[in-house]
Design a protein around this ligand. Sequence first.
Ligand code: GLA
Length: 389
Amino acid sequence: MVWESVLEKFKELFGSEGEIGVYFAPGRVNMIGEHTDYNGGHVFPCALTIGTYGVARKRDDKKLRFYSMNFEQLGVLESSVEDLKPEKEADWTNYPKGVMWAFGEKGMKVEQGMDLVLFGNIPNGSGLSSSASVEVLTGFILRDMFGFDVTNQDLALIGQYSENKFNGVNCGIMDQFAIAMGKAGHAIFLDTATLQYEYAPIKLENAKIVISCSNKKRGLGDSKYNERRSECERALAQMKEVIDIASLGDLTEEQFEQHKDAIKDEVCRKRAKHAVYENQRTIKAVEALKNNDVELFGKLMNESHVSLRDDYEVTGIELDTLVEEAWKIDGVIGSRMTGAGFGGCTVSIVKDASVDTFIKEVGAAYEKKIGYAADFYVVEIGDGPVKLA
Ligand code: GLA
């Protein structure tokens, strides 16, 4: 068991006395509905069985002692619950600290410190939400440790709040929601305008979900993520002059085509087009899945990638190569970039019989073109956060 080695590390660093809890929060992959969550649209992510393990113990004083087995070179990092200032990304501890700060902002001040050891088996910076996983995990630990009266959905909102306000990344709600609300074997069809959601079973007969990691690192903070958000905001403001909407997610494709000239800037018009069409595609994709039409779901995934490449312009040569090589393989039902883009991962639905060929051929073509290797993961859809011991 992975968690046993994390517990062992905890005891080695911080001793074995007292009440020690062992926790897990998943990572996530988004099947379709990209860059729609801050546009009032729909998303369709699922939690994974890989994620972040945390071992924690409450302290009697105000001290925080944090250690990550993924950043061992940093050693034990110490701070205090009295010293939780929002600051720009410094090291990984900004994520748990941000969540503690966010609890305080929401009227649940964390008065005591803790010792915490983390280990994540999600590749860092891969676009599978390693940071949202740490955020939700921290909230889950705080609730268990201090008895705060919050639901899993609240944990998602607090995680997003901390990432927005403490870490300066203007992310939407998708990642934290998918992680906090995850359900094995199901993806979550979430309307980000209302937070209404439903679980949709992912029944892939004779096929697997394969994640291809480009190994091009991406930091949301220094990416063009925030820029895309403001381009969409500008487009929305101009659209609102001609049609009564609250968000781009309110528009059908027809309404968009009818009113698009209200958006003066061509770049903003393309961004808005993606947001509108991607939202409608997501609704259609979930419908297709309900009708057991996996082929149509895959086709919509492919269209999503093209839109992210040409209109939203968040792919780049690494993700495009992974997807375009995937499309060449027989037995690939659909393939697209997933997450924020600019690096990170793609998600593909691949027939069982083709998985080995997929990994071999996409891997070889990628390395030849890009100059370094990609990594491949055949993943399972898992549950939300749990206390393991
Ligand atoms: C990142 C953000 C999410 C979402 C995706 C793009 O993962 O954290 O809120 O906007 O990018 O769909």
